[in-house]
Design a protein around this ligand. Structure first.
Ligand code: SAM
Length: 274
């Protein structure tokens, strides 16, 4: 028998008490994302990163030109989640400083994930979640399409602002993934003359591979509206098209974070084009 916790006339098992604590995760689970998005938009991770020493609340308030009491509540929440750290400077006063998490949330940091968080927290990307139960109950239209009347890629083609957010967000993740591949198994690129990144987005991944392995000629292959906005980069050719129609020929085909987006039959069709 598990022990019991009594309050007034009610008694609860340990599991029930734990469930009462856990419920807040489900009821207010979106708040860490909302508060981190707020901090990124205000530029707090960048301000603390670029400030030589930890900052008082008054310093930060002055920098942001905002209400000190409101900012205090935001910082208190984010400190709890270890996004920022508080350093006591006297019995009554503290200074805020960066943490490994806040470094991931600066706007242009090498390992920044800020753009990905800003993408995933947009109303556009959150709306499909509200369509999930309808999909489970048999609505054959996928949640993104049910929310926006178009699939993710068609929506991006019609909404250049969202397409940019999407490509910037993907680039964050591509930077982390490519660094791990190049650092962890550089030998896979030995002897490769041409490499095509299928669904390569704005070309971040192939650019980093070519920078690390300059003997490789890189091809960034993605939908026309995506490659038309991709920045030029030495050693990389951007090619627009659909992988369901053709895939440019190369020694090696790189398919990071593409195959898991499609059903098994689609994946087989893509691989047959390579
Ligand atoms: C999840 S993103 C991955 C982006 C990038 N490879 C990365 O790892 O960050 C999937 C990419 O596939 C592209 N895509 C979608 N449909 C495509 C198609 N039919 N042909 C080529 N690329 C496509 C999208 O535009 C998007 O850039």
């Amino acid at each position: 028998m598990g022990s019991e916790f009594k309050t007034g006339n009610n008694s609860f098992t340990n599991e029930e008490v734990a469930a009462q604590e856990e419920r807040w995760k489900f009821i207010l689970g979106f708040t860490p994302t909302a508060l981190v998005k707020c901090a990124i938009e205000l530029g707090i991770p960048d301000i603390l990163e670029n400030h030589e020493s930890p900052m008082t609340l008054a310093d930060l308030t002055l920098e942001l030109k905002c209400s000190q009491s409101t900012l205090y509540r935001i910082m208190r929440f984010l400190k709890h989640y270890k996004v920022f750290q508080e350093k006591p400077i006297s019995e009554t006063s503290v200074r805020y400083t960066r943490t490994p998490i806040s470094r991931l949330l600066t706007r242009n940091g090498k390992h920044s994930m800020a753009d990905l968080l800003l993408l995933e927290s947009t109303p556009v990307m959150l709306a499909p979640w509200h369509k999930l139960s309808a999909w489970v109950l048999g609505n054959e239209v996928l949640p993104f399409e049910a929310a926006h009347g178009n699939d993710l890629w068609g929506f991006g083609a019609e909404n250049p602002g969202h397409s940019k957010l999407f490509n910037d967000g993907m680039a964050c993740d591509a930077r982390a993934g490519v660094a791990a591949v190049i650092g962890g198994c550089p030998e896979v690129f030995e002897g490769v003359r041409t490499l095509v990144d299928v669904g390569g987005g704005d070309g971040t991944a192939i650019r980093l591979i070519v920078e690390a392995c300059p003997w490789i000629k890189g091809i960034n292959f993605d939908l026309p509206h995506v490659v038309s906005e991709a920045p030029e980069s030495e050693g990389v050719e951007h090619v627009g098209g659909s992988m369901f129609d053709h895939v440019p020929k190369a020694d090696v085909v790189y398919l990071m974070k593409v195959l898991h987006d499609w059903a098994d039959d689609d994946c087989i069709a893509i691989l047959k084009k390579c």
